[in-house]
Design a protein around this ligand. Structure first.
Ligand code: ATP
Ligand code: MG
Length: 248
């Protein structure tokens, strides 16, 4: 079943077509890869889907309803969570409190700093379960700023999951990670999918995308230039040209 439908989506910045009539769908419980060279429009796509930027044209619907024009907190409440290309947990809060604050967002979008009311047994139980399922137990009491990048990224995913999304948008989760760290993160992403959550995955590392995704959408200069299985994408002349053209 289709969860997210993007149709003819466009976004211009002062005449620059960051997205040019992009269309694709994401199904229930799938990890859909979004790839493309630097500046292709991948992060812009996430920013438009999540209501950070208004679209210049086109349509985005989630579970059958249009979400264009809604505010980011409304979209997150409808069930679309995200992480950012640059990690941004609260540096001076420990992991547990970082996740607690995300829970707070679910109830009060603007009251991010009021964590006390949520120190309730049932909420604590949910947080403990989330910490466990994301492999964060050993770090629960550590300040976010002291954690290695791989664990910070895990915290970001846990924070997004606290909002109980149906769809999770991940912007280059393996960026900057060592090989073993990215393998562990990909295991977590697979686990998230197995819990029934769909994932849109922006990813530079081809090996990672090809391993994780059955279907991949390729953007270049704001346009979708290909869509298909890893095998189809790997041998697609337009994709090869888009990537080679950016080298040297
Ligand atoms: N807020 C903005 N104002 C003006 N131009 C922008 C803005 N955000 C993005 N752009 C431009 O839109 C284009 C697409 O950028 P975007 O960040 O979406 O690319 P990307 O595919 O995520 O690239 P990368 O792989 O480097 O993260 C780029 O030319 C970028 O400079
Ligand atoms: Mg980007």
């Amino acid at each position: 079943m289709v969860l997210l439908r993007v149709e003819g989506l466009s976004k211009e910045f002062d005449g620059l077509k960051a997205l040019d009539r992009v269309s694709f769908t994401a199904e229930e419980q799938e990890i859909l890869g979004i790839i493309g060279p630097n500046g292709a429009g991948k992060t812009t796509l996430f920013n438009v889907i999540t209501g950070v930027y208004p679209a210049t044209g086109g349509e985005v619907s989630f579970r059958g309803d249009s979400i264009l024009g809604k505010k980011p907190h409304q979209i997150s409440r409808l069930g679309i969570g995200r992480t950012f290309q640059i990690v941004r947990p609260f540096p001076n809060l420990d992991v547990e409190t970082n996740i607690l604050v995300a829970y707070g967002h679910r109830f009060y979008p603007h009251l991010w700093n009021s964590t006390l009311p949520f120190r309730q047994p049932d909420i604590q139980k949910e947080i403990d379960a989330l910490i466990e399922s994301t492999g964060l137990q050993p770090y629960a009491k550590q300040l976010a700023k002291n954690l290695p990048l791989g664990i910070k990224k895990r915290v970001e995913i846990a924070r997004a999951l606290a909002l109980k999304p149906r769809l999770l948008l991940l912007d280059e989760p393996s960026g900057g990670l060592r090989f073993e760290e990215s393998v562990q993160l990909m295991d977590l992403i697979r686990k998230v999918r197995d819990q029934g959550i769909s994932v849109l995955l922006i990813e530079h590392n081809m090996q990672v995308v090809m391993d994780l995704c059955k279907r991949i959408v390729v953007l270049d200069h704001g346009s979708k230039i290909a869509e298909g299985s890893p095998e189809e994408i790997r041998s697609n002349p337009r994709v090869i040209e888009a990537y080679l053209g950016k080298e040297g």
